[in-house]
Design a protein around this ligand. Sequence first.
Ligand SMILES: [Zn+2]
Length: 350
Amino acid sequence: MSEPITNIPIPAILEINKGAIFQIEKILQKHGFQRVAVLFDDFTYEHYQPTVKTSTSQLKLEMIKMPSDLDIQALIAQAFDMEQYDVIVAIGGGSLIDYGKYIAYSRRVPFISFPTSASNDGFASSNCSLIVNNKKTTVPAKVPYGIIVDLDIIQQAPAKFILAGIGDLMSNITALYDWSFEEKNQSVTVNHFAAMLSKKAVNSFIRTPMEDIQQPIFIKELVSSLTMGGIATVISGNSSPISGSEHLISHALDKIAEVPAMHGIQVGIATYIMSNVQNHRAERMHKVFTRTGFFDYVKKAGLQKREFQQAVEYAPQIKPNRYTYLHEQKYRQQALEFIDSDPILQELLQ
Ligand SMILES: [Zn+2]
């Protein structure tokens, strides 16, 4: 039987602009949505709910402030407690976006992602990270129907969120290298269209001036590139185009670290480590992380060297069915030695 012609769901709405928050009603109307639930977290309910309220006059939006720290069971209970809506919009940080994505997925309604920070690619991806049995776990959902990003809002978020987004985006490079490695060593097939998209996303970002990471041009480039990476995962049907050994280290840290750091920060450091182990574009990594201030931030973030080493050892067990560099003892050993000897990491890690 021949393969079916590729038919992938991609977002029908993509608005990345200054002042996008004022356009919500217009966008929803254009797409025929009438019964709308808008979810907020504590912060966004306080700061942006009044703006959404005053800038919508024709549609009746149900504004819902979500509790924080919901685990998957509480979230499902909440999802089935809600009325039926045409669409669910989530305005908030990473966790709130994941709540919205999962609620919309469970209720089979379209989801519009409105991230207020660019700290990872979750706002554009089909997975979400939820608490299952007290641990952060990647749970499948659906790619958003729409992505709306207000550059003014992203710009107001603390710089560390942008830095985390940079870390998560740079990981496309090591992830793609792992994917080819996997193809050579195991019976997986790289989806070349997905790989191209992920590669172009990060390469285009790398060429953007990096003097001021809070400039709208920089943020737009970062957000668009993270979005393209998210779409690459929809094309390949797995997270391989943007998630390789460096993400395994971060997922392992989520399980073992006393205080896990932001996803994109952990991923960024793991990317720096893995690019050196893979001996691929490590110099570029160093340049980007230095120029953007990523390394300077990590110096003060209190990441633990010992925990990174434990995470390297634990990494292959996170996804035993994959075959990244860290699935070979030889490269795990190299990673451990690099963490122990690299002069930059000695400054960055405690
Ligand atoms: Zn990530």
